[in-house]
Design a protein around this ligand. Structure first.
Ligand SMILES: [Fe+2]
Ligand SMILES: [Fe+2]
Length: 350
């Protein structure tokens, strides 16, 4: 996507790709994902991630299984990670405005690589259909290209990733959803990634207004590709709810309320969300029943004051990692559902 590359990032990216190509890859897709999570350098992280996807799609890697990380993924020494309130506003940051926006986006993309691989790794022992892992490894590959574009553009502008502080909010979403597959899908692709849909067009126009058409073009391409990531989350969340006899909208609503109510606060780009199948009844609290609406208003206000969400009763569990029986039941129902879908597709084929 980016045009002529500046020497620094292009050289770092080429060196990272050469180093990754020179070493044998781990023996499975899931183990590659774990290796990406353990890689701190952004260029190497992106190169390893793309090499894993290429090897998998060439039939050279099984999905396999891997141990999830207990702590956060490896990170470069910079940027320093600080609480969100300590990240300076664009007006107060020591960077030109387009660079400030691009640095934030680079940080989001780096986190997105790790979030997608964590989903592959963490749920690799659940017996889910291979299509699940293929979908999230593809998301990880997309995020790796996005990260590379951002690193390159920062370099073209004379800056680098780590030249200002960042926050760790995106990884918090991963931690909050690490025990339950349903929670992971509701929080990460259906909510955190949907934020990208809300912000994409605004950021594109802002960058054009600042006169940085080149960064704006990168943002536009990224925003277009992010649609598929949200759609993948919705498709799997709905399939899992169907397989377990749970109602999709109310399950999503309760998970968000219990785990991450700040993601229920707009502004939302309803058109973008609806275009990928994220219906307003799920995330727009104004459309919820009055009792839940009241609970949402209180939970969002508490989250803004920095308080954890209040307990609404027994926590909503969809497919918790420690419930082996339920996961086996889920895996077998999803496999049946996919078989039926494939058979229907074959019948409908000319
Ligand atoms: Fe991305
Ligand atoms: Fe994404």
């Amino acid at each position: 996507m980016p045009a002529p590359a500046a020497a620094g990032a292009a050289a770092a990216s080429a060196a990272a790709a050469a180093a990754v190509a020179a070493a044998p890859l781990p023996a499975s897709l899931a183990e590659c994902g774990r290796a990406v999570l353990l890689t701190a350098d952004p260029h190497t992280k992106a190169a390893l991630s793309l090499a894993a996807w290429t090897a998998y799609t060439s039939g050279l890697l099984p999905v396999g299984t891997a141990e999830p990380l207990e702590g956060p993924p490896a990170r470069p020494a910079k940027p320093e990670l600080v609480p969100p309130r300590q990240v300076p506003s664009m007006e107060k940051a020591p960077l030109p405005k387009p660079v400030y926006q691009l640095h934030n986006l680079t940080h989001v993309e780096l986190n997105a690589v790790d979030l997608a691989w964590d989903t592959v790794v963490r749920f690799s022992s659940c017996g889910l259909p291979e299509a699940f892992f293929a979908d999230f490894a593809r998301v990880a590959a997309d995020e790796s290209r996005h990260l590379s574009w951002c690193l390159q553009r920062l370099d073209e502008l004379g800056y680098h990733y780590g030249c200002m502080v960042s926050h760790d909010l995106l990884w918090e979403g991963c931690q909050l959803s690490q025990h339950d597959l349903g929670a992971r899908l509701a929080i990460v692709p259906m909510s955190q990634e949907a934020r990208g849909l809300d912000a994409g067009d605004r950021l594109f126009k802002r960058l054009v207004g600042m006169g940085d058409n080149r960064t704006a073009a990168i943002v536009k391409q990224i925003a277009t590709e992010e649609r598929a990531h949200v759609a993948v989350g919705i498709a799997w969340f709905s399939a899992i709810c169907d397989a377990l006899g749970m109602e999709t909208a109310s399950t999503y609503q309760r998970l968000l309320l219990e785990l991450c109510p700040r993601l229920l606060k707009g502004p939302f780009d309803d058109g973008e969300r609806q275009a990928v199948g994220l219906e307003r009844e799920l995330y727009s609290t104004a459309m919820w029943d009055p009792a839940l609406q009241q609970a949402a208003a209180e939970a969002i206000a508490a989250a803004e004051r920095g308080h954890p969400p209040a307990k609404l009763g027994s926590p909503t569990a969809v497919a918790p990692l420690d419930d082996v029986g339920k996961l086996q039941q889920l895996a077998s129902r999803l496999a049946d559902m996919l078989d039926i879908e494939m058979a229907a597709a074959r019948q409908g084929a000319p």
